[in-house]
Design a protein around this ligand. Structure first.
Ligand code: CMC
Length: 435
């Protein structure tokens, strides 16, 4: 899918007296870019952009963010509408296949997810090979790559039928892997998928049921899990999605790419922030610091402390996902009768930060991770599984970007350049002559 418009406008760049004209590209929401593809060939120069703050890596029709106005849309549909009215499975279809499914399409897609939920039985033994305190993100990433060994056909990335099957397998089986890794970590027997349950209910059942007593699935909890996963489902060219696209560009399999995406998501500046937020709140509580004292530490540049769950590369106004989750946290905690002082602590910190010039001047607002951990905790999901929950939500986005890039016809391997700053040519000194 390609919605770009190459305009008649151009930009002029003049380097060392040579002037060149570069095309201007305008997206469907009026985002503008200068196409610099010819820059190096024409001038010998490259661009340098730390953290890719100004660099577009692709054209995409999956997700739109307006960071100034706090807008997030999947395939043109507002995130607020999707979170309220849709299901995670429907949103996954929307992201991957570019439109809302009709009834038959949704049924077929859901059935595929149900049918492919089991792992090859040999894979269940892998879980015993990890130390009991292994981080579940490490397990999820390695198991995802290992899945490819059971489906060697996935190496042929040009086969459409194979890819659609792998999309279903990844969406379905990663949920099973996530739940199994939790069961292993607490020494409980694995609960196999139950084909009579919906996608999210099945996940809850695999996580929390035990063979010795019945487990009742609460539809309101199913709804909130659907919402959480929907809110995390895509976010255009973030670190993990860019990683997935980078791996895809080399022609590697979809399992390799998703496994790499999971690894990238793990970091505390990205998906790992939801775990870091809760750790931070617990530390503040334990230290007895008040909001002002803690924010004072955050503002002290020498401290190297950040207010986790605050700030975003793109949102310079409220993150719309955080707005939804703040309300959801209130609702779910009161429904479950949970009184978590950490929720009050989070709200107090937010209130204080939103009037503090340090945060106001830098346009730092709560992001999606600020309240999600509090909800996961109330649902009984342990802290080291929080980022796994983010990963489960983000799978459709990764798959959609893999597929979009594969189908785009742009067959260029991602291969940035650099400005070399090391020694110029130096002679090799034999070891007995070295200082
Ligand atoms: N606490 C304190 N100061 C901050 C924070 C924060 N959370 N975030 C940014 N700043 C400051 C930063 O120190 C810098 O100040 P100065 O201009 O004086 O040097 C300024 O704000 C700009 O920050 P930056 O690091 O250049 O901004 P960025 O766009 O590169 O980083 C970010 C975005 C999300 C990595 C960053 O805001 C951050 O580290 N936040 C905390 C971690 C977090 O919550 N991550 C989850 C992001 S949302 C989910 C996801 O995408 O995975």
């Amino acid at each position: 899918m390609n919605t770009q418009a190459v305009t008649s406008q151009t930009a002029n760049i003049s380097v060392e007296g040579k002037s060149i004209e570069l095309p201007i590209i305008v997206g469907s929401e009026n985002e503008k870019a200068i196409d610099i593809s010819a820059l190096r060939q024409e001038t010998g120069y490259i661009t340098l952009d730390n953290g890719f703050m100004n660099t577009g890596s692709c054209q995409s029709s999956i997700c739109f963010i307006d960071g100034e106005q706090g807008i997030l849309r999947y395939r043109g549909i507002d995130i607020e509408d999707l979170a309220e009215k849709s299901t995670f499975v429907e949103v996954a279809y929307l992201l991957i296949y570019g439109k809302l499914p009709n009834k038959t399409e949704l049924e077929d897609f859901s059935q595929g997810l149900t049918r492919h939920s089991l792992l090859h039985e040999d894979m269940t033994h892998f879980f015993s090979g990890f130390p009991s305190n292994a981080h579940p993100m490490a397990i999820l990433s390695s198991m995802t790559c290992s899945l490819s060994t059971y489906y060697p056909g996935s190496q042929d990335t040009n086969d459409d039928e194979q890819m659609n099957l792998d999309v279903i397998r990844i969406l379905s089986k990663l949920r099973t892997i996530a739940a199994f890794s939790y069961k292993k970590s607490i020494g409980q027997p694995l609960i196999y998928p139950d084909n009579s349950l919906s996608y999210c209910a099945n996940f809850l059942n695999m996580m929390f049921a035990v063979p010795s007593e019945p487990y009742e699935i609460d539809p309101e909890i199913v709804k909130i899990i659907n919402q959480l996963l929907i809110l995390h489902a895509d976010h255009e060219q973030n670190c993990s999605t860019s990683t997935v696209r980078t791996v895809q560009s080399s022609g590697a399999s979809i399992y390799a790419a998703i496994s790499a995406g999971i690894a990238a998501l793990w970091g505390p500046l990205h998906g790992g922030a939801n775990q870091a937020v809760l750790e931070m709140l617990e530390n503040i509580q334990a230290s007895g610091d008040d909001y002002k004292t803690y924010l004072g530490k955050v503002k002290d540049k020498k401290s190297n402390i950040r207010l986790m769950g605050f700030g975003h590369r793109v949102y310079k106004n409220f993150d719309p996902r955080a707005k939804i989750l703040r309300q959801a946290a209130d609702k779910i905690l009161s429904k479950l009768g949970v009184k978590d002082p950490l929720l009050e602590l989070a709200k107090g910190l937010e209130e204080q930060a939103l009037t503090d010039p340090y945060f106001v001047d830098r346009k730092l607002y709560p992001n999606v991770d600020f309240y999600s951990g509090i909800i996961y905790k109330a649902l009984g999901i342990p802290m080291d599984m929080f980022t796994v929950m983010f990963a489960l939500g983000r799978i459709p986005g990764w798959l959609a970007h893999f597929k979009e890039q594969r189908d785009s016809g742009v067959k260029k391997i991602f291969r940035p350049r650099q400005i070399y700053t090391g020694p110029t040519q130096t002679t090799y000194v034999p070891i007995d002559k070295r200082a």
